[in-house]
Structures are given as structure tokens and as C-alpha cells.
Write a protein that binds this ligand. Sequence first.
Ligand code: ADP
Length: 447
Amino acid sequence: MKRLSVKARVTLWVTGLLVLLLAAGMLYLMTASGPVSERQLEDTLRDVVADAVQSAEFDHGELDDSGLDFYRNGVSVFLYDTSGRLLAPRVNLGIQVDTLLEDQIVKTVDDGREKWMVHDQYAVQDKTAFWVRGMISLRGAHEIRRNLLLLTLVGIPVFALAAALGGYSIIRRAFQPIGRMAGTAEAITTGNDLSMRIPEDGSGDELSRLGRTVNQMLERLQQSFDRERRFTSDVSHELRTPVTVILSQCEYALSEFSGEEERAQCLSVILRQAERMSEMISQLLLLSRAENGRFQPDWEEISFSDLCEMAAQEFREIAAQSALRLDWEVPEAVMVRGDETLLIRLLNNLLQNALRYNREGGRITLRLTKESGHCTLEVADTGIGIRPENLEKIWERFYREDPARSGAGTGLGLSMVWWIAQVHGGSVRAESTPGTGSRFFVRLPII
Ligand code: ADP
């Protein structure tokens, strides 16, 4: 059997509960109101009859009815003598019932037109015995009950219908955004189009908040898919060049035209390309592990001063081979909490770039300064510089302003620097003037 929709189920439940409550209330009113109103009528009847007994006066057997009230609180009063002859009122009210006079008893009598509650009382005044009869119509009490029944039979279905229609329309309107969300999700699933968004109504209620959150989630998903797509295409593109070079070199080395010397040259080209690929793969592996949160830095207290000093000394010799001068200013005992391998990589990447993008006879300066709570490493060069519009792009993976100049570079060096600074709770920035040189600043917390 098909399950009812949530809207129908909620409406049914609420309406059913309302009908049950109303029915119980009406039932209680009907059962409680009958005896209560009849008991009230009986009390009034008894009171009025007792008053009449008190007020009736006889003088030598003659009734003096001047103090008598023959109609009070809905009760008609009649006085009879002991033989059952009507003494008063002398005017015929036309509502007498012909039934036996019985002392103290309250009974219900039907005169053919309506029902009456009748109460008789036998009394003696001034040696004259007489009967007082009180009668009150039961029509009022019965009418209340009939009206209640009518209200129950007509009111409950009308209320139930109004509740069901009102409730259903509110729930349907409340569920509309969910329907739209489901529609969008289906469209994304079938069409594979992550750029679709759930329409927002800006109402600020729970569902519109959910819609906004889902949209933000889709936005992030789309960005990450786009990033992955770009990354895969970048990686294949970057690897294609060395692989093509290796293949062509191998083919040439194996051909009949190549001699001993050419083969040796081919092998050295192949070696360089393979080294570049290997470097790229290891950097990519590290970056992707970092992104997946699978890389656990090896935290220890490190003298960043020593690391800078060592890197500067090592690079001074390499720089000298390219007729470059490297100077450094490093204060003692600048201590950081970090991963030594990563920090060495950061220094190497910055110095490597300062070397690679410098001009002949240029200078490289490494400066470490210590401030309160942090230190700043500055690597400056007198090289080709970076155009201002590209200054933000240099931190992206595979970005190279001039691939021909970058040579053996992979375009991953600065993304590694950025990530390493982040991992250490620090930050990086660059300043550059094309044709004059660049400065890279790394800010790290110290201990
Ligand atoms: P690469 O392996 O190409 O050097 P990086 O990520 O280290 O990759 O640098 C990205 C790009 O930023 C370089 O290709 C280069 O265009 C530019 N760049 C980085 N460092 C310098 C610098 N010191 N001087 C000028 N340009 C630089």
C-alpha cells in the first residue's frame, strides 16, 4: 500500500486529535449538563412551593391569596383543597395537569404538548388542610441538550473540515522549499550540473536557512570539483613535457644514427627530466597529503636562526657559481616550534627562486628579525621581479609567470612555502618591482 505523504499524515493526525477533543468535550457537556440543569429546576421548584406553603393564609377556612405569588422563577403555583378542587389561582392559567396529588414527590408529567416537573406538598394552616402544587416546564433543559447535540453534529464536522483545510494549506506552503530542494538535488544528480542552486525566498525561517546552507555546500563542492579538475589537467600537462622528451631521447639513443657520445647526452637529458618528474611527484604527494589532512608534521623546538644560517651558507656557494652574492643577517636563538624538514624546504624554495629569477651579478639578501611573539624571514633579490597583477597568482599550484625562464622549476615551490607557513601558524606575502627585484616575507610564531 502506498504510504501517505507527510503533509497528509500531519493533517490527519492534527484533525483527528481535534475531532476527538471536541467530541470528548461535547460528550462531557451533554452528560453533565442534563442532571445539573434538572437538579437546578427541582431545587427552584421545591423552593417556590415551600414559599407558597408559607405564604398561603386561611381565615376560618377561607383562603387569603394576597401574599401568594402564582408564577415565580418559571414555576406556576396552584392550591387545592383536600378533595382536589382548585382553590387558586382563580384565573385559569390553562397549564394545569390532571394528575394525582402526592405529597413531597417530584415527578415528570407529560401533558401531551410538553413535559413538566411537578411537585406537590400537603399542608395545614389555621386548621385548614390544603395542597400546594408547583409546576415547571422541562422544555428549557431539553432545549439545551438538543442544542448541544445539534452543535456536536454540525459543529464538529465543520471544525474538522476547517482545521484539515487550514492545516493542510499551511503545511503544504511550509513544505514547498523542501520540494524545490529535492527538485534541484534531482536535477544535479541527473544532469551532473553543480552550478545549479536552490532558489532562496529570503524569509529567514528554518527551511530558508537550510536552503542557504545547502547552496553554500554546493558552492564549496563546485569549487573543490573545479579545483580537482584543474589540478588533474595541470598535472597531466606538466608531466607530458618531460615524458615526451624522455621518449624522444630514448628513441634517438636506440636509433642507428646515434653514437656513443650522443647516447651519453641523451641519457643526461633523460636523467634531468626524470629528476624533475620525481621532484614534482614528491611535492605533489606532500601537498595532496597535506590537503587531505593526512600529513602529520614532526613538531619540535627548532632554532630557526641555525636553519637560516645553514641554508644561507649552502646557497652562498651555489650563488657564487652564477656570479651572485648572498648576504645574510640572522640574530641568534630565534626559536620556533615546527617541522625541521618543512622549514628547510621553505628556505630552499625561497632561495632557489631568488637564485633562479635573478640577473647576472645580482644580489640575494636573507634577513631574520625577531619581534614580540613572532619572527620575520625576508628573502630579497635583485632579479626580474613579478608584475603586480600576478603577485597573488604566484602562490597557486603550477603557476609560472614565464615558463621558459622557470626552466627546471615545477611551479609548486611557492604553494609549498605558503602551505608550510600556514601549517606553522604563520603567513607569507611578497612585494616586487618588475626589473628591480622581489622580496618575500614569512612570518612565524616564536617560542
Ligand atoms: P617555479 O618552480 O616555477 O619557480 P614557484 O611556485 O616557486 O614555481 O614560483 C611560481 C612563479 O612565481 C615562478 O614561475 C615565477 O614566475 C614567480 N617567482 C617566484 N619567485 C620569484 C622571484 N624571486 N622573482 C621573480 N619571480 C618569481
